[in-house]
Design a protein around this ligand. Sequence first.
Ligand SMILES: Cc1ncc(C[n+]2csc(CCOP(=O)(O)OP(=O)(O)O)c2C)c(N)n1
Length: 566
Amino acid sequence: MEMTGARMIVRALEAEGVEYAFGIPGGTVIPLYDALGDASFRTILTRHEQAACLAADGYARVTGKTGVCIATSGPGATNIVTGLANAHLDSVPLVVITGQAASGLIGTDAFQEADIFGCSLPLVKHSFMVRSAEELPRVIKGAFIIASTGRPGPVLVDVPSDVQKATGEFNYPENVEFPGYNPKVKEDLSYLDQAVRTLKQARRPVIIAGGGTILSGASKELYRLATEAQIPVATTLLGKGSFPEDHHLSLGMLGMHGTPWANTAVSEADLVLALGVRFSDRTTGDRAHFATGAKIIHVDIDKAEFGKNVRAHMPLLGDASMVLSKLAERLEGNGKQRAEWLDEINKVREEYFGETFTGKGLNPAEIIRQLRSRVRAEDILTTEVGQHQMWAALYWKALRPRTFITSGGLGTMGYGLPAAIGAAFARPGRPVTCLSGDGSFFMNVQELETCVRYRLPVRIVLLNNRSLGMVRQWQELFWGKRYIQTCEEPACSLSEVARAFGFAAWAVEDKSRLEKTLDAAFSVDGPSFVECPIATEELVYPMVPAGGRIDSFLHPTKGNGTSASI
Ligand SMILES: Cc1ncc(C[n+]2csc(CCOP(=O)(O)OP(=O)(O)O)c2C)c(N)n1
């Protein structure tokens, strides 16, 4: 059927089952927006393109589907760059469509011409520059395939405005192939027998579950393996929720702000089973001293991960759920000899259990517990970036996959609110909680308006320490307490700002008011906001200094540099 390029894009998005496209119109996407007016899915207007991209990212993380975002050329396109990098580092499937100056004007410094194709190259899984309307069906199909298969990631499709207006024949392909891209990973399980043998013999095994465990939908298999073989499970920040954190085998997060018992167990393990983990510096600390006594079985869908950061004695290439179910089958009933190991880990847990709190202001751990008790296991928490994010990592018990939504690799302040918007659209009718900080709040503050306009049940709980707390923490601990630019008090009341946008908003004065205020905010139908005072000097502990060994962490009640030997 003959139609315009713009109409083809809409038809292709419909064929892909898209539910929402997040974006902002502009000169070079007017043809596309015109066609979107007749689409069977909804187009969501945010107030900044970065937020559109991050909302699409939040939607994708919650649903497992590909998120879609649209921006105009020039400033619209450059505004999405952070969103692309954010999705790229956390392996989030996105198709991002940008308008571009008309073909004949490209290279002339035309109005709103920016080389987004060039800018995006190191930050995406793939980029397309579309030259004619005829290419569009193949390109959009390809973009969805590339974004969602193998290791997922963002794909950019740059479409000059004349290509959107031109007409051509629309035949949407069932499949397309690209030379050099073969998403059907040839699995390689040649180490499987050795891995099973080593697992059976291991006295001190630990599983590290990363974001890949969630991406591959492997939580059930992980649960089966961990419980059958009685292997404790630590997660990375992105792996939170892959294993229920209220289970006795859960060790919580490991790494820079990991729990003492997760960090110590990994350091003393004789075997590490790493699932969909990239072994980032925040997870491993000093690599030369990371799990030195352990044989490492590394399961990943991306071959490039093996040996990238940490040695892999037994690499298993393939989808985590497939590999795990093969392992679980052969390890049934293998958990008996682990009691001693679990006891040893529990001794560290007992020693360090509880939170650190200065006693001034509200206790972040208590706030997070109060939030957890007010929402269901399947409800979503998003976070911004900073101390509050790490408190959430430590104290929020994630019980299901795809419920703890946070910016891991890029650490993007301003992620939490747009991600909550995407999550709210992904789960219509269910409330979404966004844990925020006063610094991050300002990064995408304009999106308060989006929440109100769409009447989204987004509940922002803001830990206001009147500082860029995490940076201040580093200055306190490692830079001689020189608090340069981190303790500038916000010049306005944040709850009044939220109220001005149309949120039902509260500022908690003292801890006696916390529970009642949260009750009130959580009974509001639409958007609500609660600001909680936190002492500026409240720090996140434990903390492994950057580049330090993860079994040597700063902890205020145990003295600095504690190593909990088991
Ligand atoms: C876009 C962006 N800019 C700067 C940073 C560096 N940074 C990391 S944490 C942080 C402070 C965050 O402050 P706030 O949101 O108030 O959270 P808190 O640490 O106080 O809980 C900053 C500036 C970042 N991660 N992202």
